[in-house]
Design a protein around this ligand. Structure first.
Ligand SMILES: Cc1cc2nc3c(=O)[nH]c(=O)nc-3n(C[C@H](O)[C@H](O)[C@H](O)COP(=O)(O)OP(=O)(O)OC[C@H]3O[C@@H](n4cnc5c(N)ncnc54)[C@H](O)[C@@H]3O)c2cc1C
Length: 224
């Protein structure tokens, strides 16, 4: 008999941050009683970036604070810098190389978020988007010999870890990504992409006409 463990995950509450109890996560973001006038979002992954754009789109003064040098770590570098520029241009403040060190609830109900760059920002909400924890505790996985990582993630074999992908930015990127999932799942190779006919003029034709890399990036730096 086999058992499928599909208990998902939950946002990390970042207990090491003094004042983390004053913060919300993407869960609470859907249950706010009122739209905040201003929000700071901690994190630079796709949930942080997505919510920064959602709140900004709703008219909230939005600041994204991320510890790394550029948002969306491990994504394509051109996409990261282009999206950063586009978000800044529309009015989202992005502060890289900074982390929150303390969150203090003020008498007026707002929050003072003290950053490690010396700045203190006054905001209505601070949303933590700093990773998720697997819901695996209490399932008795160790009793049946299922190994987990230090964070509780079930250790998987090389097939589950295999990741081939494409990062696409621009109009209809989601439509392209969904269709691209089918050939990738079917196991096509780069040669198959190169053999496919381009439909011109489309943005998606780039996927089948990119015969060789324009340049290479190693550890975030362009190397040729
Ligand atoms: C903010 C946010 C935005 C996202 N946006 C997108 C998006 O735009 N597009 C996209 O494709 N994906 C998106 N995702 C990712 C997507 O939600 C997840 O990949 C997907 O929900 C994972 O599905 P799952 O079934 O593994 O886990 P879940 O959907 O988390 O389901 C796990 C279920 O197990 C239950 N459970 C937990 N513990 C137990 C237990 N002990 N016993 C029984 N049941 C238990 C939980 O209550 C839950 O119902 C987003 C995720 C987040 C957090």
């Amino acid at each position: 008999m086999s058992a499928l463990v599909a208990t998902g995950g939950r946002p990390s509450p970042h207990p090491a941050l003094p004042g983390h109890e004053h913060c919300i996560t993407s869960n609470e973001a859907f249950h706010l009683e009122a739209l905040p006038k201003s929000i700071m979002i901690g994190g630079g992954g796709y949930i942080a970036v997505e919510f920064a754009n959602i709140f900004h789109g709703l008219g909230v003064k939005t600041t994204l604070v991320y510890r790394g040098t550029e948002i969306l770590n491990r994504f394509d570098m051109d996409l990261r810098t282009s999206l950063h520029e586009a978000m800044s241009k529309k009015g989202i403040e992005i502060v890289c190389c900074a982390v929150a060190e303390e969150v203090v609830r003020r008498d007026d109900g707002r929050l003072d978020v003290r950053l490690n760059n010396g700045e203190t920002c006054k905001v209505d909400q601070f949303m933590l988007a700093m990773g998720r924890s697997p819901n695996t505790e209490g399932l008795g996985l160790d009793a049946v010999g299922i190994e987990t990582s230090a964070t509780g993630a079930i250790l998987v074999d090389r097939y589950s870890r295999k990741a081939v992908g494409a990062h696409i930015m621009g109009p209809d990127a989601g439509e392209m990504a969904q269709l691209l999932g089918i050939p990738l799942k079917a196991g096509v190779t780069k040669d198959d992409f190169d053999r496919a006919m381009a439909v011109h003029p489309t943005a998606a034709e780039e996927l089948v006409t990119m015969y060789k890399p324009n340049y290479r990036v190693r550890k975030g730096e362009r190397i040729d």
